[in-house]
Design a protein around this ligand. Structure first.
Ligand code: NDP
Length: 243
């Protein structure tokens, strides 16, 4: 029989950063972590959306800090971590959620769009992870969740670069888990299928409503993998999909 420590999320009093938290899945994750007692630094490029997420968190008596930042920019990521330190202290948890998924078949994939896909879906994971790694090591542990996609394993026409970028994220997740293990750092990937967000609505407006996950269902899985019960599955990427 597991005790209370095994079943509780263990998030109370932890400091978390959630990227891409202005809307969609990231906003739902930030609200979940705050509701579980974490203090959450939220970031995206759009101030009004961050403020909305912060208002929801504070309405539910949670603690949040909004930091407008482009997570593909090294200086902006350093500022994000500095501001998080100043408000909440060292970082325990990072959710690399920010991403973009423009639909473009191979012959239409302009170099500029390709670079933006790579910067947003790959470079941001590298930069944010690097920026908090020292905190996690110094604290003797912590956790990172990388939001991937079923597109990493299940190619869809128009998602070649996006799917390959998410496959990088899956491989990086495994590597991070191996390097993190001696420091007590756990790393998980979560690969959703279709989720009802602005991203999905803009790319696949006709996607059947009955086959869309709600953002909070993905957020619930993030909270679950962060619980002590999942400590021995570090390095894995878990698929969550309705169809
Ligand atoms: P949304 O487009 O609804 O939200 C994306 C969030 O990321 C926004 O807050 C956006 O804010 C932020 N963001 C994008 N680029 C940057 C940047 N350079 N710097 C900082 N913030 C940024 O997407 P979803 O919520 O649907 O997607 C979240 C994650 O889930 C992504 O990684 C996506 O690939 C993944 N995913 C989504 C699926 C779906 O069906 N929706 C399925 C599988 C995976 P702003 O633009 O203001 O910066």
């Amino acid at each position: 029989m597991s005790n209370q420590a095994e079943t509780s999320s263990g998030l109370r009093g932890r400091t978390a950063i959630v990227t891409g938290a202005g809307r969609g899945i990231g906003s739902a994750i930030a609200r979940r972590l705050a509701a579980a007692g974490a203090q959450v630094a939220i970031t995206s490029r759009t101030a009004e959306q961050l403020e909305q997420t912060q208002r929801w968190i504070e309405r539910d008596h949670g603690r949040a800090l909004s930091v407008v930042a482009d997570v593909t920019d090294e200086n902006a990521v350093e500022r994000l971590v500095d501001e998080t330190h100043a408000a909440f202290g060292p970082v325990d948890l990072l959710v690399n959620n920010a991403g973009i998924a423009p639909l473009a078949k191979i012959e239409q994939l302009e170099p500029g769009i390709f670079d933006t896909i790579i910067r947003t879906n790959i470079r941001s994971v590298y930069l944010c992870t690097r920026a908090v790694w020292g905190d996690l090591c110094a604290r003797g542990g912590g956790a990172i969740v990388n939001i991937s996609s079923v597109a990493a394993e299940d190619p869809f026409p128009g998602f070649a670069a996006y799917g390959a970028a998410k496959a990088f994220v899956n491989a990086y997740t495994k590597a991070m888990a191996v390097e993190g293990q001696p420091h007590g750092i756990r790393v998980y990937g979560i690969a959703p299928g279709a989720v009802d967000t602005d991203m999905l609505r803009s790319v696949f407006p006709d996607f059947p409503a009955s086959e869309r996950l709600e953002p909070d269902q993905v957020a619930g899985l993030v909270e679950l993998v962060l619980s002590p019960a999942c400590r021995y599955i570090s390095g894995q990427t878990i698929v969550i999909r309705k169809s």
